[in-house]
Design a protein around this ligand. Sequence first.
Ligand code: NAD
Length: 415
Amino acid sequence: MQFSLANVVKEQIEKASRYTNIPPYIMKILKCPMRVLRVTFPVEMDNKEVVCFTGFRCQYNNALGPTKGGVRYHPDVNEDEVIGLAALMTWKCALLDLPYGGAKGGVICDPTKLSEKELEKITRRYTAEIMPILGPHKDIPAPDVYTTAKTMAWMMDTYSMFIGHPEPAIVTGKPEVLGGSKGRKQATGRGVAISIRELYKKLGKDLKDSTVAIQGFGNVGSHTALFLEQMGARIVAISDSTCGFIDFNGLPISEIMNECTEKQKCLIEYKKLKPCAKEEILTLDVDILVPAALENQIHINNVNAIKAKVISEGANGPITTEADEVLGKRGVYVIPDILANAGGVVVSHLEWVQALSGLYWDEEEVNYHMEKRLVTAFEKVWNKAMELNISLRTAAYVVAIERIAEVYKFRGLFP
Ligand code: NAD
């Protein structure tokens, strides 16, 4: 059967709802996306050929506030994936107590084969196409896989041209010079590392010298590696879409980041280490595994080979429902995506607040607020998991959907 992220997410909230008293009518609402826009648009490429691209924007639920979520550029983008990712954003914002609903967008394209000019044209036209449903109080995009601060600057500029004045609050993850928040680039990886630190505290374990493997060495994976290293852990394996590197003495993370991530180069271009197959990373005998690439990476066919005792989901939806159950039975602690990688959206919220108020904060202040919110959410999830004897994932969903259900009780149904 074909993998469906939207179905995985639906199964997860169904499971969580058994531990709540949420009225069935609210569960019906939570199982369906509120709005999905599909757009197809022509772009003239550098060689003058006109190519039609298809993109999506899903606003899953806006009970808590304007919707928030990234934009992904990838050949595998599809409507089901965008809906699933928008649902995850909905639960994530609810869990972190943010005044946001959840959204996600994407364009089917292969950015590795596009010039900067082509990427800019695609971004501007995609923004124009989804413009009717965007707005700083309607829906606020951010970067995701293969989109960056530069992509956000083009989106912000296009939106501003249409409305006739600059609107920095329309996107987050912008370049700092344009009102991007300090600490935003590092925020998701920093949050993943904090989530692992908090779990280790609960388990009475020391991060010092614990071994870590990280799948995906983009924004999330590389910063997770950096912060875990600062906390004393040893990063022994990393991978990207081209290859992996393994060294049980510890990898030179800062140097690889300077040579590859900062220059937008692939790991295979780093010549000082012997590459291995990227698939080897997932099944290494390490203490901590961080999948930080794409969804559906740990599934029924490889879950039995996973040896890590702690998994923190840097990526959204990297573990299928069946694999999650196997890991749970084996006593593996899984810090779910909606908690582990929420540092990004927390700082995005801070960036939006800064843009709306016109008052900008230093990095210390941003990091302080992010950490506080993340640790509070971790505590809620841990306590719920202990109280009900359920997994951290189910506990995170229970906390998230209970908050949305509470809001529905006050807002009621329109008309
Ligand atoms: P990115 O484009 O910066 O990095 C993605 C990385 O994954 C790249 O290094 C790519 O080469 C690698 N990759 C792709 N396929 C792979 C494979 N099969 N094996 C190993 N590596 C592979 O994207 P990102 O922003 O770091 O996002 C990664 C994940 O984190 C996504 O699931 C995204 O939704 C999630 N996420 C991102 C943010 C954020 O702030 N950027 C926030 C929350 C969640």
